[in-house]
Design a protein around this ligand. Structure first.
Ligand code: NAP
Length: 252
């Protein structure tokens, strides 16, 4: 009974940015729970494919550049032309640019917003329409601690992630009664390429680590359980929620 609640057998999940980092960790987690996984992104996803096929899962990959206008729409079109149903959408692809706010360029600001927010909305709308027609689906957006806090030298990233949290609630409000739940995961400090810069800064690394109540940074594997929970029946009455997976950071 408990295992059934978390089973994703027969479900299809679209995960953006599944080539590495958190997207790869979540893609493998969803496959472990039985879902067929479609990865979407710019580069090849050979490693993710091997990891999933290594556990007898099914993985497909579509090229998509979410930094360009229309990239998300094109991706949704391709995926829906190839798959009858998409049950789960994980909007994970994201970029960060670090620069003092007073020197932050319009180009950098736009690029971060395009990938982290505009494409996330466009893909949610396209796949959301498909889910609404079927009366079921789960959308999981990847937010951040910077959906709540300001951060340093990352104005565009912070703006985009605050917006992701807001959009999660807005879409959840509109679509929940029609069978489509929209939630977010806000990861804390995780060991991926995205945080390489701050992990290489000894003082910053020590300061951040000392503030994490669990005393360690998270890993992509730490998101497997939370994403399966939000994708599955186990969370059937959870909607519009931003789930912090942060080793306790937000309560410290
Ligand atoms: P990452 O290791 O840098 O991976 C980013 C992923 O996004 C890659 O698969 C990348 O694809 C994809 N991507 C980037 N630009 C893209 C584009 N234009 N079109 C399509 N895909 C694109 O980052 P991560 O740490 O796993 O981050 C994943 C998500 O979690 C992001 O939304 C990030 O903001 C969020 N997050 C991360 C942390 C953390 O501590 N790491 C904390 C909070 C939130 P390529 O491989 O092709 O470049």
């Amino acid at each position: 009974m408990e295992a059934e609640l978390f089973s994703l057998r027969g479900k299809t999940a679209l995960v953006t940015g599944a080539s590495r980092g958190l997207g790869q960790g979540m893609a493998v987690g969803l496959a472990q729970a039985g879902a067929t996984v479609i990865g979407a992104g710019v580069s090849e996803m050979e490693e993710t494919k091997q990891l999933i096929e290594g556990i007898n899962g099914e993985f497909f990959h579509f090229k998509a550049d979410l930094a360009v206008d229309g990239g998300a729409k094109e991706l949704a079109k391709t995926v829906l032309a190839n798959f009858e149903n998409v049950d789960i959408l994980v909007n994970n692809a994201g970029i960060i640019k670090r620069q003092e706010a007073e020197q932050f360029s319009d180009e950098s600001f736009r690029e971060v917003l395009q990938v982290n927010l505009d494409s996330l909305f466009a893909l949610s709308r396209q796949i959301g329409n498909h889910m609404l027609e079927r009366g079921s689906g789960s959308i999981i957006n990847i937010a951040s601690m910077l959906s709540f806090q300001g951060g340093l030298r990352v104005p565009a990233y912070t703006a985009s992630k605050h917006a992701v949290a807001g959009l999660t609630k807005a879409l959840g409000n509109e679509w929940g009664a029609r069978g489509v739940r929209v939630n977010a995961i806000a990861p804390g400090y995780m060991e991926t390429d995205n945080t390489e810069g701050i992990r290489n800064d000894e003082d910053r690394f020590a300061y951040i680590s000392s503030r994490i109540p669990m005393g360690k940074w998270g890993t992509p594997e730490d998101l497997a359980g939370p994403v399966v929970f939000l994708a599955s029946e186990a969370s059937r009455y959870v909607n519009g929620h931003v789930l912090c997976v942060d080793g306790g950071w937000m309560s410290s």
